[in-house]
Design a protein around this ligand. Structure first.
Ligand code: ATP
Ligand code: FE
Length: 356
């Protein structure tokens, strides 16, 4: 089975070809990602209209490139998978329209994929995990624990009730006058910092369940900075490193403890080969990754962190989710619509309003 995948839900235009023959490991024949950082840099965030226009302009080129890199023609492909949500509506629409055009022109089946399902199924593409496994999706826009039971059964065990950790890293960097994206820079600063100097909060740690909150943490960094400025007129390089270390330590501790709770719920199902997978840009953070790996080992679960290029937005995950859906007998037609909101777990009303 060979599937072409298209992704355009945020600020990356991506196309990829993935092939999977039963009994073999799946192969990513190509994966093209065209970012838009340069287009949005001046605005301090993604501008939806600019993103939508760039997707519309670049998707054709990305698709051509993905087919060329994979050395396949559209006629060699079995189906076209496309992110149909959730995300910025203009971008999702660009991808869906492009996929419909390709499907109409070639007569190939069309498969609408949930972007979050793409992230959540990636550990099966990279490491062949078997269901059920536990997944922590932790990025600039998302933070949630998912119990993945099949290609279309996801149970949300909890998630952030406000900011995503990546967003908090980015805001913390801004507060401390550091560049964007803040995550890797805060991590580097933290290496020289003393995380015990500032006692930053560990929000919701005392509350049962797997819900998290990160917005108060960023406010605590702001207050600590303002207190230093009021006291001595500014912050030193050491103050900044200590604040970065304190902030990162808090995020790490909250994610680790909440992972412990999620793992406890998951292990109660007695999975045959227990596994805990992470995805999203924040999973690149060594301190956080290390803590999650340790927690996973406490439960005897295999820890899986796909390569970063497959943890962040890409189309190989969409092609792969398309393969899984196609095998399960799902296909869409020209009535496929773009959905700005599309909760993975339709059983839980608390899903609405948190994350993107
Ligand atoms: P989403 O994919 O959920 O829509 P996104 O595109 O912002 O959101 P990603 O590309 O997965 O998400 O991740 C980017 C985020 O990860 C940014 O907020 C960035 O600061 C954060 N990040 C990247 N590297 C690190 C790191 N080493 N430590 C902490 N955070 C990091
Ligand atoms: Fe994403």
């Amino acid at each position: 089975l060979t599937i072409l995948g298209l992704e355009s839900s945020c600020d990356d235009t991506a196309a990829a070809v993935v092939r999977h023959c039963v009994g073999e490991s799946p192969a990513i024949l190509s994966s093209v990602v065209a970012g838009q950082n340069d287009l949005h840099a001046a605005y301090g965030g993604v501008v939806p209209e600019i993103a939508a226009r760039a997707h519309a302009e670049k998707m054709d080129v990305c698709v051509e490139q993905a087919l060329r890199d994979a050395d396949v023609a559209l006629g060699d492909v079995d189906a076209i998978a496309v992110t149909a949500g959730p995300g910025l509506i203009g971008g999702v629409l660009s991808g869906v329209m492009c996929a419909k055009g390709l499907a109409a022109g070639s007569g190939l089946p069309l498969i609408g994929v949930n972007h979050l399902a793409g992230h959540a199924l990636t550990p099966r593409l990279t490491d062949g995990l078997t269901f059920p496994y536990l997944m922590l999706l932790v990025s600039g826009g998302h933070c949630q624990f998912l119990l993945v039971s099949s290609a279309d059964e996801f149970t949300r065990l909890g998630g952030t009730i406000d900011d995503a950790p990546g967003e908090a890293f980015d805001k913390t960097a801004r507060i401390l006058g550091l560049a964007q994206p803040g995550g890797p820079i805060v991590e580097r600063e933290a290496l020289n910092g003393d995380e015990k100097r500032f006692r930053l909060p560990r929000p919701l740690l005392d509350r049962a369940g797997c819900d998290m909150s990160f917005s108060g943490l960023k406010t605590a960094v702001l207050r600590a900075r303002d207190a230093l400025v009021a006291e001595k007129g500014g912050i030193t390089v050491q103050d900044r490193a200590d604040l970065c270390a304190g902030f990162q330590g808090s995020v790490r501790d909250v994610l680790a403890e909440k992972s412990r709770r999620a793992l406890r719920e998951y292990m109660a199902l007695n999975p045959a080969s227990p596994a805990f997978a992470v995805a999203g840009g924040v999973a690149a953070n060594q301190a956080i990754r290390g803590a999650l790996e340790t927690v996973s080992a406490e439960f005897g679960a295999q820890f899986v962190a796909p390569p970063l290029a497959l943890c962040t937005d890409n189309a190989a995950m969409i092609a792969w989710a398309g393969i899984e859906r196609y095998r399960a007998g799902h296909a869409d037609d020209m009535s496929l619509s773009a959905r700005p909101r599309w909760p993975l777990d339709t059983s839980s009303p608390s899903m609405l309003g948190s994350g993107k």
